[in-house]
Design a protein around this ligand. Sequence first.
Ligand code: AHR
Length: 654
Amino acid sequence: MPMRALFLLVVATGVALSSLAGAQDQPRQVTITVDPAKPGPTISPYLYGQFIEHLGRCIRQGIWAEMLRDRKFLQEPGKSWKVQKAEGADFEVYLDPAAAYAGEHGMALRLKGTASGPCGVQQTGLGVVAGKEYAGYAVLAWQGSKAPVSVTLRWGDGPGDAQTVQLEPGPVYRKLPFRFKAARTSDDATLSIALTSPGCLWIGCVSLMPADNIRGMRADTLELVKQIAPPITRWPGGNFVSGYNWRDGIGDRDRRPPRWERAWNDIEDNDFGLDEFLDFCGEVKTEPYICVNAGLGSARDAADEVEYANGSARTPMGALRTANGHPRPYGVVWWGVGNEMYGDWQLGHIPVERYAERHNAFVAAMRERDPSIKIVAVGAPGPWNDTLLARCAGHLDLLSGHHYSQRGLRMPLSEQDMTKYAQQWPGYSASVAAGIRTIVQDFRNRMDKGDRPLGQLRLAVDEWGIVRDWNPAPDGPGIGSFEHYYCLGDAIAAARGLHEILRNADVIGMANWAQLVNVIATIKTSRTEVSMDPVGYVLAVYGGNLRGTFIPVEAPKDVPLDVVAARDTATNELAVAIVNYSLTEDVNVELAIPGGVERSSLVWRIQGRSYADTNVPGQPEKVTLRPSRGVMLPGELEVPRHSIVVVRYSTGKR
Ligand code: AHR
């Protein structure tokens, strides 16, 4: 469903369902005691982590600024690149293995005789903004009479709605830059490369990006990532990693081979590889967590990858990294061995008995190159964990566990689905927390039994999130229909999931929301705009406040509130997060803090008019995160229905 249609549906349904809720005369009053003198466990700084994967538009068109699809010509003409042919022209376009620049072929455009108009290739569906500049280049070679090649960016149908530049390629491949400035905003601009004189033009690769890109990344996306400020980010998958060859993603980007990737069945241009990921991490100040391919990959490949990232310039892989322009070792600490290897959907899936041996072989090879790395192993509650933990003790620092709350709703959402969502709200609201509890319970049972050397082992909930539909309609726009727009209700369920993670801070060492951009993510992008998903606000505000030491809090059983607190020992600040998960009841909370507080500082509220509100790029924001001045104690904190309130007090030294 087009974004706008989904937006209207959600809004319309939300208004209707909200009006069913009925009015409440006065907010209920409750008192909640938060005692910083009774501290719980230390909260790992990694609990607000994120995950990015080469899936749908997470990296392509999400983080990465490249606007063109299949820019290195993996697919034959007619797919991403349409053929433009003047009437009667003797013109053909084909993939030419002899002209390969990256991968297995370049694109050849052969014109015999003269043509009555331009003949070439073009790509439609590009987003441009009035007044914005776009920078690109093409790697071209030409054989024929001396004639320029024209490159045109068109953003409308009128004669003035385009800009054309002339390029003069020579007999061997050369990189020829071009630049455009769009005069109008369009979601369906076209880039064409055309010739009018007889001859043959070979295109090795093409690129087009907004000129304000930050070393190839979208500036608007990075701004929102910085607001979320994830402490750690996992990459490159997910299912994707089990078929990924990390060597495809290093070196000259234009020469990296495009591949048909088999986990999600899509084109992988390999423009965003290990060096780009680590550049991204440096730019947004998140710690890298790299997952190696334990599906179809080998232990040797994984060890080489560790050495490429962390080895000195004197090691073979460190020398390769240096040759690629990165002399300093990155010092990546966190490494995941494989992804969901227990599932038959995973490339390279094998039974756990054999996998455990493979895991140990990977870890031994990787630690041989860098003994200081920390390892996250694939876990799953039940028999998988039984075998893996028994056979892999000493070969892991964190045991992973994934949880996705499944809504049982088909995408795109229908009005009926939203009605079902409202009816089943109590279950949905608690479902993320319940899923995380299952992983934690399995782990605690093992610890309590004490029959395994678990030692310092902790859990990494390194994928958690909400998925409505794993199998988008086959007639939908491919993986694009997998894109989820979360509503305020989903943000509330996610916040309750985070509360569960915090309550189990003694055993959870890391958690990574899946995912960061587009698909099932906290930031949404269109071709030209970005927006913060309601779930993004949750991660941003909790990550910025709920840290240090967990403080256990009991909310009265009969109120629809879910409350957690934490005290940051570095700043002596106490943060309390309150989720009102009722769709109908407003509550006023009086916080009792024994010992008092020195002063209030700030209150953040995540709220919307309806729990079904959502945020869509380019549309006015419906779910907002608003800071306001704090509430002095004693005093009442308003926690309206379906809202999240985080308040922070300075407690002074204790
Ligand atoms: O996050 C989407 C997918 O969900 C990941 O690729 C996989 O690990 C999980 O099943």
